[in-house]
Design a protein around this ligand. Sequence first.
Ligand code: AMP
Length: 542
Amino acid sequence: MLGLMQSHPLLISNLIEFAARHHGDGEIVSRRTEGDLHRYTWKDVAARSRQVANALDASGLAAGDRVGTLAWNGYRHLELYFGVSGSERVLHTINPRLLPEQIAWIVSHAEDRIVCFDTTFLPIIKGVHAHCPNVQQWIMLCDADKLPGDTGIPNLVSYEAWMGQQPSTYAWPVFDENTASSMCYTSGTTGNPKAALYSHRSTVLHAYAAALPDVMNLSARDAVLPVVPMFHVNAWGIPYSAALTGAKLVFPGGALDGKSVYELIEGEGVTMAAGVPTVWQMLLTHMQANQLKFSTLTRTVIGGSACPPAMIHAFQDNYNVEVLHAWGMTEMSPLGTLCTLKEKHRKLAPEEQMKLRLKQGRAICGVDMKIVGDDGQELAWDGATAGDLYVRGPWVVASYFKGEGGDPLKGGWFPTGDVATIDADGFMQITDRSKDVIKSGGEWISSIDIENIAMAHPAVAMAACVGMPHPKWDERPIVVVSLKPGAELTRDELLQFYEGKVAKWQTPDDVVFVDAIPLGATGKMLKTKIRQQLSDYKLPAA
Ligand code: AMP
């Protein structure tokens, strides 16, 4: 028997219309690439999102067509979030930190018809446009009079000239909530980047879940600063959750240094901020050096990489700011777990509480998780037994865009590539990573790519890339190398060999020469053994 309730699809356009109607005067503040602060309201976001939708109609984009963005966190990017998805097109957020060749590959693979970009990224677009024949229009996110001449980019127009004259009324289409809304490529897997393709349903359900008290605890009384970029899994869904709750949004643009972020937090009365450990490290360093305090910030969501204990202590003990340690993935929209204590834990001694806070946290309702052993059998939730972490749920990937990489699921579950324990209270803790990638400052580096480049050097017999803990970047790659008999090679020669082959920040920090790389029975490099052998190793000072 079916229920007898109204069947309204869960659509992203509902979120922005809700924010406009119920929180119309709620503020959105953005630091622009020009350096100044731009202010307007949720009502304005809605009006200009409708203008974007009209402009997309005028550009002849069909339902399902992809619109790429290469942009910082800011108000125009927010308008594209709602205008593109709300009008049944697919928003494709692109990571500008990738190599130009990778960006061109991604734009072509996604078949973007329009690409919108911040002025900062003009040099990237100049380098890639000729390799993206599918793009019919390039749109620079700026005023008409700021558009530079003679860029050599065909069909280049300013955002304001493109959408500024369009009507601000639009009848948002109503369609199946399973329709695609946005996509994000991840390099956190081996092989070519793969895209998670989110739906309206997955995005709206995730937005509700993210706002829950034991998750980000968002409300109309909050001013939220997503330092996590809008090109990293939709800024962890914060733009949608902010519209759903009517929270004030504060966008940092490209100014992620400690001083700029601190000034924004204080100037705009930010109550909650979210980002990867590296940005918080820069903020804390600035605050310590200048003996500063927060006056409004109460909590910060830290995820993307493990949050170091010293950071949790610094926020809590020095600044009275609660750290909410979060874990998730591009493939999970991204939120999976968040670390908030239960009532019974509040009676624990501070050091016991800290042990819990260091864990990645409890599953958010909607995410089902389990740990399994090598035989595929589920392991006990005893806080000690570690196994491969599997997840499933309505905002977890079922397949990558265009079926890239084959079926990613095992028996209906998504293997995360993380290794974890889960305790009896359901607190998950990442203990290792089974996927062969390294995360530096929140960005992925493929170990295999680093190894392949080293092995292309005529003097190298074998190379293994491993991540080493780093105080600022969380992890940095080094390459362990054995040479061919009689061959000679210096550290600097090999590091120079990486120039032009990977982005500068992906180049290993060091080379360690060994006589032989330990191999397993099947000839596979034993990374665990290599890491053991390097237990006393220290990264060179920058
Ligand atoms: P991405 O898809 O780029 O968001 O990366 C997701 C991966 O980042 C996860 O599978 C983990 O390997 C890692 N990760 C994310 N959050 C955390 C965390 N809090 N602690 C440790 N690793 C994390």
